[in-house]
Design a protein around this ligand. Structure first.
Ligand SMILES: Cc1cc2nc3c(=O)[nH]c(=O)nc-3n(C[C@H](O)[C@H](O)[C@H](O)COP(=O)(O)OP(=O)(O)OC[C@H]3O[C@@H](n4cnc5c(N)ncnc54)[C@H](O)[C@@H]3O)c2cc1C
Length: 567
């Protein structure tokens, strides 16, 4: 249906009002959360998936390449290093196995939100076709383990170990890493593969430590308490704080099994249809070697505008183009609203579940049962309309003087986002702490290299390109890093470090591309826009598009000495 511009303007105004309301209620920005899970909060970070920490003597040795973290970043880059004949590769991982995100997140319903044939990396290399259009978490974890086996990554891997400092030794031209297990490991090349969403965070809520019932963070699911099939919850009153991507996947199973379920919402997610199916075996059998690479390349080519489209676009001013995009975005969000009205019986609940912001302001979600779960008699939405829960007592959360008495409180409050050096202090040349270097804004080349941190590579950090399919972006970084390391070794150098001019150029590119629209400021607060801290110009992702990002990395490799200093 065609609408007058006034219709779109009115909805845009409502988006702005809802954003302003949230900014007023929560002016603290990112500091409304804490990821310092120590002291009374320490239990929220413990690993529930192992029963004991394996004893071992401290390690004092040296490897060529060391990965901090054992998720997809480490796995897919290791594969490329192996292909280039690099043998001495170690993964140091806080968890008890590889997998990263998929090791830690085992909550009921966990699955990827990107089509599995695109999301799971190295399908060509492992000759594997995922079982569903969207893979479940256990399949993804198994895929991670299969990659580690294929590339012999278990040989040198060290688990249940957290890197706490990474220091450049100028005399030895090497990195020295200390861990929480008393290890001192040296490595010529270090890759920070510590994850974009791997350190759990909690909302700072008054009285959170005083809660006497059972509780955990969704990335530390306590199946001993809930039972594998959640049937222990049949006689329990359960609450979940947060309605982001994790809660959307976990709520349907919780709704089915809990005696009563309270869902505490601050801002609703956008929930679209999940077009899932079992992989057609005949199709899988017909795939030729190299099919995934070809599929990914095709997707990138498809996302490029044709000459004809570019010609059409040139006819419009920038303001007209933005208006056109916004109107399409609003049409999409109103379809999401209509779906809610269709799925949710109670019109008051349906209204409360409607997201009032542009698509992609918050992480979009896809689920076929989440909305209908609110039709169950035992499921109750507690809509805090932007405020969030601000008080917890020994019995449970309080909202507007109503006390919710719970047996179990689940925190679906997410993670610290895209931080380099979590749990870890990175000290480069001249004793420079990376945190200190970044204190006036992040400074990198491609989000990967940083001046004064030679032979150190960062994966999944800010100033890299944004991609909804993150593993594709990580694979391009892994390919780039493997090429840089191979080039350094093969030319007899000890060190690679970006030139200052190259770093300055990239910081400016990031700022220029972020400044093209007011999108970040216009969005409702969330982790995509630092909870509304819009002044952080260079501390986000590179918004010039993945193709341009790839082209830039490729041209830097074609002219290595222009971008990097070798010695
Ligand atoms: C619930 C959930 C669902 C997701 N779904 C999708 C999706 O559908 N599509 C998508 O593209 N992306 C998704 N993501 C993003 C996902 O994180 C990435 O796709 C990808 O798995 C990241 O891989 P990684 O190796 O960079 O980081 P991670 O998988 O997070 O691995 C990093 C590892 O580093 C370890 N570590 C950190 N610091 C240290 C240290 N100092 N010492 C030792 N070890 C350390 C951590 O324990 C962690 O295991 C999802 C994320 C979450 C949390």
């Amino acid at each position: 249906m065609k609408h007058e511009q006034a219709y779109y303007d009115e909805i845009k105004q409502k988006f702005a009002d809802e954003r302003d309301l949230r900014l007023k209620l929560r002016p603290e920005g990112t500091s409304q959360f804490t990821s310092d899970l120590s002291g009374d909060l320490g239990k929220y970070a413990e690993d529930p998936y192992v029963t004991k920490i394996s004893e071992r003597a401290p390690i004092n040795d040296s490897v060529e390449v060391l990965f901090i973290g054992g998720g997809f970043s480490a796995l897919l880059t290791s594969a490329r290093l192996r292909e280039r004949g690099i043998e001495s590769v170690r993964i140091v991982e806080r968890g008890s196995d590889v997998g990263g995100t998929w090791y830690w997140n085992r909550y009921p319903g966990v699955a990827c939100d990107v089509v599995s044939y695109d999301y799971l990396p190295l399908l060509d290399e492992l000759d594997y076709v995922p079982k569903h259009h969207y893979s479940r978490g256990d399949e993804i974890l198994n895929h991670c383990k299969a990659i580690a086996k294929k590339y012999n990554l278990y040989d040198l891997a060290v688990f249940q170990t957290t890197v706490i400092s990474t220091t450049w030794l100028e005399d030895e031209k090497t990195w020295c890493l200390k861990t929480d297990r008393g290890d001192t490991m040296k490595a010529k090349f270090v890759i920070c593969a510590n994850g974009t969403l791997s350190k759990p965070k909690l909302a700072r809520i008054d009285g959170i430590e005083s809660y006497q019932g059972h509780s955990f963070h969704t990335s530390r699911w306590d199946y001993d308490y809930t039972g594998q099939d959640l049937s222990n919850l049949n006689d329990k009153v359960v609450g979940i704080i947060g309605t982001g991507a994790t809660a959307v996947q976990a709520v349907p199973a919780l709704g089915q099994q809990s005696k009563e379920l309270y869902i505490f919402q601050r801002t609703p997610s956008s929930i679209d249809i999940r077009d899932d199916w079992q992989t057609d075996q005949a199709w899988a059998n017909s795939l030729l070697p190299g099919w995934q690479t070809e599929r990914r390349n095709k997707a990138i080519r498809r996302s490029q505008p044709t000459e004809q489209q570019l010609h059409e676009r040139r006819k419009y001013t920038q303001a007209e183009k933005i208006q056109h995009q916004e109107n399409n975005n609003i049409d999409y969000m109103m379809r999401i609203h209509r779906r809610i009205d269709k799925e949710v019986d109670d019109p008051v609940v349906a209204d409360a579940l409607k997201p009032w912001y542009m698509f992609m302001c918050k992480r979009p979600c896809f689920h076929n049962e989440y909305l209908a779960t609110y039709n169950r008699q035992n499921v109750h939405l507690v809509d805090t309309h932007g405020e969030g829960i601000t008080q917890i007592t020994a019995q449970g959360p309080v909202f507007k003087d109503q006390q919710f008495k719970l047996d179990l409180l689940i925190f679906a409050t997410g993670f610290e986002v895209q931080k380099t050096g979590i749990y870890n202090k990175i000290i480069g040349k001249g004793g420079l702490d990376l945190e200190h270097k970044y204190s006036n804004g992040i400074r990198t080349l491609f989000g990967i290299h940083s001046v004064d941190y030679p032979n150190l590579f960062i994966m999944g950090g800010y100033q890299a390109s944004f991609q909804f399919n993150l593993t594709y972006m990580l694979q391009t970084q892994g390919d780039h890093i493997a090429d840089c390391i191979a080039h350094t070794r093969e030319n007899g150098f000890d060190m690679i470090e970006p030139h200052e001019e190259a770093e300055q150029w990239w910081v400016q590119e990031v700022i220029d591309h972020r400044g093209k629209t007011t999108r970040n400021e216009d969005c409702t607060p969330g982790y995509y826009n630092f909870e509304g801290e819009s002044q952080r110009r260079q501390d986000g992702n590179y918004n010039g598009g993945i193709t341009r990002y790839l082209d830039h990395m490729e041209s830097s490799r074609a002219d290595m000495t222009k971008h990097y200093r070798f010695s």
